[in-house]
Design a protein around this ligand. Structure first.
Ligand code: BJW
Length: 234
């Protein structure tokens, strides 16, 4: 592998698993406990907002109680010590990359510690429980506040910038994601299709069937990510 200049790192729920945050599709994951159509679609929220608030309130409390692990810290070290660009594109809605020290981060599926008022469109930091009756601090309307996250059928955030970065990167690393959710699941092909990017998957178990990655390293994120970062910086 040539020394990369521009690195794009896609992270998924697996990088936060060893911080105690549940993944979605692993055995015992969130989608084995709740129906994603009920809690992760605009239609589910319209049907039963109280249930959706309860689901995200519990997850917000878990995120606030969690701490970044060795994998988050290793990516922050890479950003600090690599003499090129390092961009983390995360599907995760937790703030563990930020708390580990990463600064170049795009949250494509939103952020759990933010809420948005649908009527006035204003998003703001939020660390408390949210209820159907919570009024918007900006426009004072009640009933329109929702978690600032991207549900199925909604457009992920920062897609233009992500497309530009994937086209320009020479190393694409995917960490702890099953690759089952699009558009993130197609990023490896996007990075490859420009012909320059070396592609690496770091995961507990290989994602998908036929691999589109040039290299796969299997193991828990807290072990394989620091080792891979060490190799890159050597
Ligand atoms: C470890 C580990 C350890 C464990 N160490 N590793 C048919 C075909 C194709 C697409 C579609 C289709 N029908 C509908 C679609 C589109 C749909 C989609 O992809 N559906 C699929 C289910 C088929 N996508 C959308 O609707 C998206 N929007 C969209 O497409 O807009 C249109 C558009 C058009 C053109 C361009 C761009 C856009 C929106 C998707 C929103 C996803 N939202 C969620 C919820 C967010 C809020 C929340 O957190 O509650 O995002 S769903 C959930 O899945 C969450 C995650 O970010 C996302 C991905 O999950 P992730 O991170 O991969 O977790 P898991 O659990 O799947 O995998 C964990 C991995 O970790 C595993 O691989 C383990 O091995 C590993 N692991 N422990 C290392 N210790």
């Amino acid at each position: 592998m040539r020394r990369p200049e521009r690195i794009v790192i896609l992270t998924g729920a697996g990088i936060s698993a060893e911080s105690g945050l549940a993944t979605f599709r692993d055995k015992g994951g969130l989608w084995s406990k709740v129906d994603l159509n009920d809690v992760a679609t605009p239609q589910g929220f319209a049907r039963n907002p109280a249930m959706v608030h309860e689901f995200y309130n519990a997850r917000r409390r878990s995120v606030l109680a969690a701490a970044p692990n060795e994998a988050h810290l290793a990516l922050a070290r890479l950003e600090r010590e690599h003499d090129g660009q390092v961009l983390v594109v995360t599907q995760n809605i937790d703030d563990l990359h930020e708390r580990a020290g990463s600064r170049q981060i795009l949250h494509m599926h939103g952020e759990l510690l933010k809420v948005r008022c649908e009527p006035c469109g204003k998003a703001r930091e939020w660390r408390h429980d949210l209820a159907t009756a919570t009024p918007c601090p900006d426009c004072a309307r009640a009933g329109g506040m929702r978690p600032h996250v991207v549900w199925f059928g909604e457009m992920p955030l920062h897609m233009d910038r992500i497309g530009t970065e994937l086209a320009a990167c020479d190393l694409f690393i995917s960490i702890g994601t099953s690759g089952q959710v699009y558009p993130a699941g197609g990023f490896v092909e996007e990075a490859r299709s420009h012909g320059r990017a070396h592609t690496v998957e770091l995961n507990l178990e290989p994602s998908g069937g036929h691999s589109l990655f040039a290299e796969r390293i299997l193991g828990p994120a807290t072990q394989v990510v620091p080792a891979f970062v060490e190799r890159l910086l050597r």
